[in-house]
Design a protein around this ligand. Structure first.
Ligand SMILES: Nc1ncnc2c1ncn2[C@@H]1O[C@H](COP(=O)(O)OP(=O)(O)O)[C@@H](O)[C@H]1O
Ligand SMILES: [Mg+2]
Length: 291
């Protein structure tokens, strides 16, 4: 087993990166796949959602005291890359098969720690760390902060694929264009060839398919990027699950978001045939045999 690693990236906030990471992860875990999530955002929403968030004291944030447990910030601070070092960062969540390397407030210092180190390659700190545990997982999902910095570069370097959620409102077009340009620039600048852009999808869609279709056509034409067919509808259960820190599958197993994210996961075409069939039958769709 060698994990397929996916970065969820958009330099805008509120577009659905964290929700997508969590829902994809729990769908995969439900299929019996072993999943590791990486929380690269100091806001730590994913860690909170997965109930693996630990509050830092001010002394820990200031670097005066050592934290009780290491997390993603220490991965970058100490450049962990040995198997035993990286394993100590991984927490088991309450969901079977689902693990996380959490973040916390002290992660805001990470950029400074990275910049302070003048030896070694700053772009591949995460890749080196994940290489040590890749054998133990089927998928690694990296939830990025709404930014474009050395952590984003690390995420891309560590990944096989990139996906970009966008919101069907507001500044998403501008945000998307910036994100696409950033990813292309990072790939070009750092000679990253093995990472593939799997595509963009629209989240929090009000079920007005006409607007969605128009938007999709405009995006396709003007940005010339791969647009995925499956929109994620606006679903109040997603925001509710994030308020009560419960997994969506356990809270609302037949809600629209589960259905949409399952379709999107199938469209990404990253599951084995066996797991794809299992997912199709779980969402009540025939076709497993027909395919
Ligand atoms: N499909 C959806 N339907 C309704 N609310 C959603 C949906 N996806 C995300 N949200 C809500 O939108 C907000 C932003 O989503 P989030 O995943 O945190 O975005 P990001 O990680 O890109 O900042 C959160 O409050 C989340 O609960
Ligand atoms: Mg987020």
């Amino acid at each position: 087993m060698k994990a397929i690693t996916i970065s969820i990236i958009n330099n805008k906030g509120g577009v659905g990166k964290t929700s997508s990471t969590a829902i994809f992860a729990e769908l995969m875990a439900f299929l019996g796949l072993k999943v590791l999530c990486i929380d690269l955002d100091e806001q730590s929403n994913l860690s909170m959602l997965l109930k693996c968030y630990e509050e830092d004291s001010q002394r820990v944030i200031d670097g005066i005291e050592t934290p009780e447990k290491y997390n993603v910030s220490d991965l970058f601070k100490y450049r962990f890359r040995e198997k035993e070092e990286v394993k100590q960062l991984i927490r088991k969540t309450g969901i079977e098969n689902l693990y996380v390397i959490p973040s916390s407030k002290r992660h805001k210092n990470t950029l400074t720690y990275i910049a302070a180190n003048e030896t070694g390659n700053n772009n591949i700190i995460l890749r080196k760390a994940l290489a040590a545990v890749k054998e133990e997982f089927d998928f690694i999902l990296i939830d990025n902060a709404p930014a474009s910095n050395i952590l984003t570069v690390n995420s891309i370097f560590a990944s096989d694929y990139i996906i970009t959620p966008v919101r069907a409102e507001g500044f998403s077009y501008k945000g998307l264009r910036e994100t696409i340009e950033t990813v292309a620039y990072i790939k070009e600048e750092h000679d990253i060839e093995n990472v593939n852009f799997l595509g963009t999808y629209i989240t929090q869609v009000e079920t007005n398919t006409k607007i969605f279709k128009e938007l999709r056509e405009t995006y396709n034409e003007e940005l010339g990027i791969k647009f995925l067919n499956t929109p994620i509808r606006k679903d109040i259960k997603v925001s509710e699950m994030e308020t009560i820190f419960q997994s969506l599958l356990s809270y609302a197993p037949s809600t629209n978001a589960i259905f949409d994210y399952s379709h999107l996961l199938l469209e990404l075409n990253i599951l084995s045939k066996e797991k794809a069939d299992m997912l199709r039958s779980a969402i009540g769709e025939a076709g497993a045999e027909a395919c």
